[in-house]
Design a protein around this ligand. Structure first.
Ligand SMILES: [Zn+2]
Ligand SMILES: [Zn+2]
Length: 485
């Protein structure tokens, strides 16, 4: 039985899915204006572990993680670099997904982008409007928090977030005079000159950040979802506001279990772009393998902060090697000369393994406490190292196979016990790379024909679709070249 700590109610409770055997899960994604840093990896690995643990337990998981591809940071960065926000998003998404691959993170089931969902956001704001939860002021549309009874009681503790600052600046200082209540937040921002904007019933503008997640969660997962996750900094006001919007529209509970991961701190300060104390993930991956970084991150309970320190890396690497060596020794351990019952200590070995399996699963079942589970993994390793590998004692084929099977099973969500398997999977990806190149060339050859036939509109459409798929095209006269953006 899985128990989850629901952050909204501050209680550990048995997980009861809405639909038997399946889990709907939404995790607030990144703002795609830059390359990922170790803090992003922390959140991504935490929720990947949770998702895969559900799958290990036999659940079907639908996992939605969005990309926020419109906000002030995006606009400023794109302007600085002289590119469009679309190109900036594209580049950053490719880097983010490279990070996912390097850390053996399974791609989310759906990865919607905010700017693709704007018509739905407009519809949603209209619904809120019809129910009387909004008002217009100076060309922008606000959510009236005064209309929601329990608004103030949602998530008590505020932790500073990079992402709120924009909406807060917009709603709290500069525009405070436009609002009815200080906590009211913007649903639709009036266009500013020189910024990307979309048409709406309230004039040209763009959506507020909070509305994005409510809309995408409901569109892909339904009015009530099992789990909604994100960093602890998103509790207030982002998740508070998501609840306000969603529950005002549907009249139903938005999320049954709220889960938040702790920060990744450096010298006790949160790692963030705005503080300038971040470690780029690509820099980390030059020094350490993805398997190792995954292991490093899984060694912390997802709710707790990680205090990152370079000095601890070596020690952590030694403990990872210990696990991998154990797995290898166990596989190579020859149990061929063992004949059933005559083995010394067999019932004790069996008991040790049985206890270990139960304790490990119980730790994972209790709010995905991976470091506690790792503790049990080390006790069984130490037990075997002392009582079997270094002594005359033997294990039976049955015990050996049982333990290997269990370790292979848990490695589906841990991902670091047997890295060879993962490397093979990586290599088999090269077949797809070849096919991918072939396919891209075929499409671009077709586009050349389309251009020859002077159907430039269609040629541009094909180009735009390829850009959307992450392919950068350079036209050279009638020829072309391309690369992955
Ligand atoms: Zn959210
Ligand atoms: Zn969100």
């Amino acid at each position: 039985m899985i128990k989850i700590f629901n952050d909204l109610k501050n209680e550990l409770k048995e997980f009861k899915p809405i639909k038997q055997g399946s889990v709907s899960m939404y995790v607030c994604g990144v703002t795609v204006y830059d390359a990922p840093h170790l803090g992003h990896a922390r959140s991504a690995v935490a929720f990947d572990l949770i998702r895969k643990y559900f799958e290990y337990k036999g659940y079907r998981v639908k996992y939605v993680m969005n990309y926020t591809d419109i906000d002030d940071k995006m606009i400023n960065r794109a302007n600085d670099r002289g590119i469009t926000i679309y190109e900036l998003a594209q580049e950053s998404i490719v880097q983010y997904e490279e990070m996912q691959r390097a850390l053996f993170i399974k791609s989310p089931t759906v990865k919607p982008r905010a700017t693709d969902e704007i018509p739905d956001m407009i519809k949603y704001i209209k619904k809120l409007d019809k129910k009387g939860f909004t008002y217009e002021s100076q060309g922008s549309v606000y959510f009236d928090t005064g209309k929601m009874e329990n608004y103030k009681s949602l998530f008590q503790k505020k932790e500073i977030s990079e992402q709120d600052t924009e909406d807060e600046q917009f709603t709290q200082s500069e525009f405070a005079k436009d609002k009815k209540n200080i906590e009211d937040f913007v649903l639709w921002k009036k266009e500013k000159p020189g910024e990307p904007s979309w048409d709406s019933p309230w004039g040209k503008g763009r959506p507020g950040w909070h509305i994005e997640c409510s809309v995408m969660a409901m569109k892909y997962l339904g009015e009530t979802i099992d789990i909604h996750g994100g960093g602890k900094d998103l509790k207030r006001p982002h998740h508070q506001n998501e609840i306000a919007q969603s529950e005002s529209v549907t009249g139903k509970t938005f999320v049954n279990y709220w889960m938040h991961n702790g920060f990744l701190n450096i010298d006790d300060t949160k790692m963030s772009k705005s503080l300038g104390n971040f470690i780029s993930l690509m820099d980390m991956l030059k020094k350490h393998s993805g398997v190792f970084l995954r292991y490093y991150l899984i060694n912390s309970y997802y709710q707790r902060p990680i205090n990152f320190s370079m000095d601890k890396m070596d020690q952590t690497l030694q403990s990872l090697k210990k696990i991998q060596r154990f797995y290898k020794n166990l596989n190579e351990y020859s149990a061929s000369n063992v004949k059933g019952k005559s083995i010394k200590g067999i019932s004790e070995h069996k008991k040790q393994i049985k206890d270990f399996k139960e304790q490990f699963i119980d730790a994972m079942d209790t709010d995905f406490n991976s470091p506690k589970a790792m503790g049990y993994l080390f006790s069984i390793i130490n037990y075997f190292n002392k009582s079997i590998f270094t002594k005359e004692n033997q294990i039976s084929v049955e015990i050996k196979e049982d333990l290997i099977e269990f370790l292979d099973g848990i490695d589906n969500f841990l991902g670091f016990i047997n890295p060879q398997v993962k490397e093979e999977q990586e290599e088999s990806g090269s077949i797809w790379k070849d096919r991918f190149e072939e396919l891209t060339n075929t499409i671009l050859d077709f586009r050349k024909e389309v251009k020859n036939a002077k159907n430039f509109e269609l040629a541009d459409q094909i180009r735009d679709l390829l850009i959307k798929a992450g392919i950068k095209i350079s036209d050279q006269g009638n020829d072309y070249s391309w690369e992955i953006a």
